[in-house]
Design a binder for this molecule. Structure first.
Ligand SMILES: [Fe+2]
Length: 167
């Protein structure tokens, strides 16, 4: 799988090492979650027949990228890496069982912001990328969000709430 084809903005990360770590996170999460392709994953189980995970991640990353480009106080590499990875924990929170995507046993106990942050730390991503992942959802209400995390958090909710509205 060529991740740059799946996530076009991955190529916009200028730091080669950071880009490689993003890929490593996906490889690790796919392997641990038992996913052969990202195409099978819906972006949420909270919306029936939700559009695919990949589309959601690309929507959020594209919106975050556009906002980041308009500001001086955003680190674009960190923003893109965090946006691409914000939901990577869903590869562990969900699993395919008898052809149906359902919550995994790990997902019963550990939500995707936490499992995604754990993978990012294991791969050695820096604390701001980890902050974006860990704090993109309500978990982030209990810690400080870095500037890039504020952007991704809002873009994620824009995509989620509009998707919920159009169902
Ligand atoms: Fe998301």
């Amino acid at each position: 799988m060529n991740l740059e084809e799946v996530f076009p903005l991955l190529a916009e990360i200028k730091d080669d090492g950071l880009r490689r770590k993003v890929v490593q996170c996906y490889e690790m999460a796919m392997q641990r979650g038992g996913w052969k392709t990202l195409d099978d994953i819906p972006f949420t189980l909270l919306i029936p027949d939700a559009y695919p995970y990949v589309q959601h991640v690309n929507n959020v990353t594209a919106m975050a990228y556009a906002i980041g480009k308009k500001r001086e106080d955003i680190h674009m590499d960190v923003l893109i890496a965090g946006a691409l990875l914000h939901d990577v924990g869903k590869l562990l929170e969900y699993e395919m069982r008898n052809g149906v995507v359902t919550k995994s046993s790990l997902g019963t106990y550990i939500r995707h912001p936490v499992s995604g942050a754990a993978i990012a730390m294991e791969v050695g991503l820096d604390e701001k990328v980890v902050n974006i992942i860990a704090a993109h959802s309500k978990e982030g209400d209990f810690v400080k969000r870095c500037n890039e995390a504020i952007v991704v958090h809002h873009c994620d909710f824009i995509d989620f709430e509009i998707a919920r509205g159009i169902q």
